[in-house]
Ligand binder design. Structure first.
Ligand SMILES: [Zn+2]
Length: 144
């Protein structure tokens, strides 16, 4: 499922990318105009996720998010049937690029991590560190 997240949903975008979703974000794309957003989601076959009621009403398969808090937003998406869980890192949380595994590479500031993933697009490296663990805790919390 490919998603497009409207402005003000940057935090939610990061979570969704960590869960492996192809999640484009309005501010990354420099798109804020309603018509441009609708055209882009149609062209790329993305489901719009927005807090804007009017904009949501203009597409059939959009997801309207009402909460301000990201944990509550995740609960709403789970209620809409999205699978929110972590397995292997697959998407860059910064730019939405796809990640490739770099076996044997260890970042200097995380020497205990065995496996590192690198973004094909921006080159940033990821591993399952403390941030990963905190996201995992949040996702467990919304299942309760
Ligand atoms: Zn990237």
């Amino acid at each position: 499922m490919a998603l497009f997240l409207d402005v003000m949903l940057g935090k939610l975008t990061t979570y969704l990318r960590m869960c492996g979703y192809d999640a484009a974000y309005a501010l990354d794309r420099g798109i804020e105009d309603d018509d441009a957003i609708l055209e882009m989601t149609r062209e790329e076959g993305r489901t719009l996720v927005t807090r804007d009621e009017e904009l949501a009403a203009r597409t059939d398969d959009s997801i309207l998010v009402e909460s301000l808090d990201v944990t509550d937003q995740l609960r709403e998406l789970r209620g809409r049937g999205l699978d929110l869980s972590l397995s292997e890192p697959a998407r860059c949380s910064d730019c939405n690029g796809t990640l490739v595994r770099e076996a044997g590479r260890q970042p200097d500031h995380a020497p205990d991590e065995k496996t590192v993933w690198r973004c094909r697009d921006c080159g940033k490296r990821f591993w399952k560190g403390s941030h990963w663990a905190s996201v995992e805790r949040t996702l467990e919390e919304i299942r309760r």
